[in-house]
Design a protein around this ligand. Structure first.
Ligand code: F6R
Length: 338
């Protein structure tokens, strides 16, 4: 159990276990949205911050695998010129009060973009309602990062409804089934992994572009839930540069655990390159952990590896005796900015 800043008691583990259901419900929420726009869109932008933005990365990764729809994920106050009156913009903020997202919303509205707001309420819900845009309301009372299914899947549902993408119905069902079936096994594995990560510095490396978003999610979850630093890298890129940095500064030598995320589509040369790299840096590493994605659809492969990371972050929080729910520095910073 942990506590949100509003004093709400939350069981983070239970919320992770609710993901299979979130995926199904979230997709339906998108499919059932009363979206009336008949405009032709030239691109799609997904705008948000932190736990509300990562769903955008997931959607972009999936769409990139199979379609030529230009899709952009944006995390800042100012928006680039590509977001204009030919843009379908998803503005995602769980609280509805994140200032970067609200500022970007105002500018996109001014430029004539079509907007879909995904939020549990706050200013974003009020503004979008007032401006006559579609709002998809997600359930209240959760830490945003634990609502990842609700914040991601409606986007895929709406894109399909507007015929900007294929149907993801089967993929969602597959992902949800795998997650339900494997959750307990992964939880136990996560406890073991957390033991190895204790007092070490995790480096999460993705070995295919499908898993870049997963590495980033591991990092954010380790930051926010376990309250530890984490670094991410991508292969093959990192073997052209970062490989030279292992071993310094002295105090990280042998303190790094390299977590390698592997997918069925990982290029064989990337796998081979990873093994070669490991043999070259082994004196400087504290250990390696291999995580393999599961399922057939990109959605399953992404979420199966995300969930393991989510579970590891909660297990590590427990081991470190920190509350996985509260995020006092983030809250303080937002309060000071307000
Ligand atoms: C909190 C979390 C944060 C928030 C971010 C943006 O669980 O993950 O990264 O998501 O501060 O806030 P929202 O999501 O309310 O727009």
């Amino acid at each position: 159990m942990g506590e949100m800043s509003e004093g709400i008691r939350i069981d983070m583990l239970r919320l992770i276990f609710s993901l299979p259901e979130q995926l199904l419900k979230g997709y339906q929420m998108g499919k059932e949205a009363s979206f009336l726009s008949r405009r032709r869109f030239e691109n799609v932008a997904i705008i948000g911050m932190g736990g509300s933005a990562i769903g955008g990365d997931i959607v972009r990764t999936i769409i990139l695998q199979e379609s030529s729809l230009p899709i952009l994920v944006w995390r800042d106050y100012q928006i680039p010129p590509i977001i204009n009156n030919k843009t379908l913009g998803f503005f995602v903020s769980y609280s509805g009060n994140t200032e970067e997202t609200l500022c970007a919303y105002k500018e996109a509205k001014k430029r004539g973009s079509e907007v879909v707001a995904i939020t549990s309420g706050g200013i974003l819900a009020q503004e979008a309602d007032k401006d006559g845009f579609l709002t998809i309301e997600v359930p209240k009372g959760m830490p945003p990062r634990s609502a990842i299914g609700f914040l991601t899947m409606p986007i895929l549902g709406v894109l399909n409804k507007l015929r900007l993408s294929r149907s993801y119905e089967e993929d969602v069902v597959e992902a949800s089934k795998i997650l339900s079936k494997k959750m307990e096994v992964w939880r136990r594995r996560a406890v073991n992994i957390s033991q190895r990560l204790y007092n070490m510095l995790p480096f999460v490396y993705s070995t295919s572009r499908l898993l870049d978003v997963v590495a980033y999610r591991w990092r954010c979850q380790l930051n926010e839930n376990a309250k530890v630093l984490c670094h991410t890298g991508e292969l093959p890129e990192q073997r052209h540069n970062e490989i030279m940095g292992f071993g310094a500064p002295d105090f990280v030598t042998r303190r790094i655990i390299l977590i390698a995320l592997v997918d069925q589509m990982t290029h064989p040369r990337n796998l081979f390159g990873m093994k070669l790299m490991l043999s070259l840096i082994k004196e400087d590493l504290g250990g390696t952990i291999w995580i393999k994605s599961e399922g057939v659809s990109p959605l399953s492969r992404i979420f199966s590896t995300i969930v393991v990371g989510d579970l590891v972050s909660v297990a590590l929080a427990k081991r470190r005796k920190v509350d996985p729910v509260s995020i006092p520095r983030i809250d303080k910073l937002k309060e000071a900015l307000r």
